[in-house]
Design a binder for this molecule. Structure first.
Ligand code: MN
Length: 315
C-alpha cells in the first residue's frame, strides 16, 4: 500500500509502551480507495508503535466487485518491511527487483525495503471479485535500516494448536513456533482463529507489548466486547490472553514485540530518523534514482506528495 494523503510534514513515532497490562480501544479511521473501504489502525495520534509495528491498514470486505478492487501504482519505500495478509481474494505484488508474488489467503507477502525499493499492488485480471485483508509495516531498527531490499513469500507458516482454536504465526514467534519470515527485532504477528463459544488462550511473552484487532466474528477480552477493526492496545506484562467468543467463529490479528525503544519519523512511505533523509529519498524518487522501476506494472507510477522539511515536534 501507499500512504494516501500524508501530512506535509513528518510524524514522530515514539515508542511508549505501557509497562503493565492495559486495555485501550482505538477505533480504525475509515477511508476509501476507489470503492474499497479501508480503516487506518496505526499510526494513530494516541499510539504510533506497538513493538516495531508502525502501520496497519485493514481493507474490505468487498464481497462482489467487477472493478479492479486494488490498484496501487509503483511507489517507493525505505526503512521498513511491508507485510500483506489476506483473508479473502488476491493481491499481486511486483517490485523493482523484478520479483512478483500473488498474495492469497494463507500466503504471506513480505517485502523488506531497507535502503530502497519500489513496488505496485493490484488485483490481478483473474480474481474472485472479493477482497479482505490487512497490510502492516514494521520499522527496521537503526542498525538494519540500510539493509539490501528483498521480497519473500511464505506458504507454509507454522500453525499452533491452542486451547479453543489455533494461531498462524506470520512474523516472529508464538507459543514456541517460529515463522520463517525474516525479522530484524523481537516481534510477533499472528492470525488467530477461535471456535464459536470458545475460550482461546494465547501464550504471550510478558516483556512484549501487544495489541489485538478483531477481523471477523465476535470476541471479548478482559470481559469487554470487541468491535471489528478497532485496535486494542494491551500493554506489556501479559503471559496469556484469553479471547472469548460468543456466537460466531472469531478471527483476529495479534501484534506485538519488544518495545522498539527508538523514535522514528514517518512520512508517506518512508520510515527514517531525520528529515533530510525524507528530502533525499523524495528527490531520488522524483528523479528516478535509487528505487528502480517496476516494469511489470502497466501504467504510470505515483508522484511523491508535497513535503515541507520543517522541524518535527516531539510529542
Ligand atoms: Mn507499498
Amino acid at each position: 500500500m501507499s500512504n494516501r494523503a500524508p501530512t506535509t510534514t513528518a510524524e514522530a513515532c515514539v515508542s511508549e509502551p505501557t509497562s503493565t497490562p492495559t486495555f485501550e480501544a482505538l477505533p480504525g479511521r475509515p477511508s476509501d480507495l476507489g470503492g474499497l473501504p479501508i480503516r487506518r489502525l496505526l499510526p494513530r495520534s494516541q499510539r504510533r508503535l506497538v513493538g516495531p509495528w508502525c502501520f496497519l491498514d485493514s481493507f474490505g470486505p468487498l464481497t462482489s466487485s467487477s472493478v479492479k478492487a486494488m490498484d496501487v501504482a509503483p511507489h517507493p519505500h525505505i526503512g521498513l518491511q511491508t507485510v500483506s495478509w489476506l483473508l479473502d481474494g488476491e493481491v499481486l505484488h511486483n517490485d523493482s527487483l523484478g520479483l512478483q508474488g500473488l498474495a492469497v489467503p494463507g500466503v504471506l507477502n513480505l517485502m523488506t525495503a531497507g535502503r530502497g525499493i519500489a513496488h505496485s499492488e493490484e488485483t490481478p485480471p483473474r480474481n474472485e471479485g472479493r477482497l479482505r485483508g490487512v497490510q502492516l509495516w514494521v520499522a527496521l531498527p537503526k542498525a538494519s535500516r540500510e539493509t539490501a531490499p528483498s521480497f519473500e513469500q511464505h506458504r507454509d507458516l507454522p500453525v499452533v494448536e491452542l486451547d479453543g482454536g489455533r494461531a498462524t504465526v506470520l512474523m516472529g514467534q508464538l507459543g514456541g513456533a517460529r515463522s520463517p519470515a525474516r525479522v530484524f527485532s523481537p516481534i510477533v504477528g499472528a492470525e488467530v482463529a477461535g471456535e464459536p463459544g470458545g475460550r482461546l488462550a494465547l501464550p504471550l511473552l510478558p516483556e512484549f507489548e501487544h495489541a489485538l484487532v478483531l477481523l471477523a466474528g465476535d470476541g471479548q477480552i478482559d470481559g469487554r466486547a470487541l468491535s471489528v477493526d478497532t485496535l486494542y492496545y494491551l500493554g506489556c506484562g501479559r503471559r496469556e490472553l484469553l479471547l472469548v467468543s460468543d456466537q460466531k467463529p472469531v478471527r483476529a490479528l495479534l501484534l506485538g514485540g519488544a518495545p522498539f525503544g527508538e523514535t522514528v519519523l514517518m512520512w508517506w512511505n518512508f520510515v527514517v530518523r531525520a528529515t533530510d533523509e525524507i528530502v533525499a529519498a523524495r528527490e531520488d524518487w522524483e528523479a528516478g534514482r535509487r528505487f528502480g522501476a517496476v516494469s511489470a506494472y502497466a501504467g504510470p507510477r505515483l508522484a511523491a506528495p508535497p513535503f515541507v522539511a520543517r522541524p518535527v515536534p516531539r510529542p
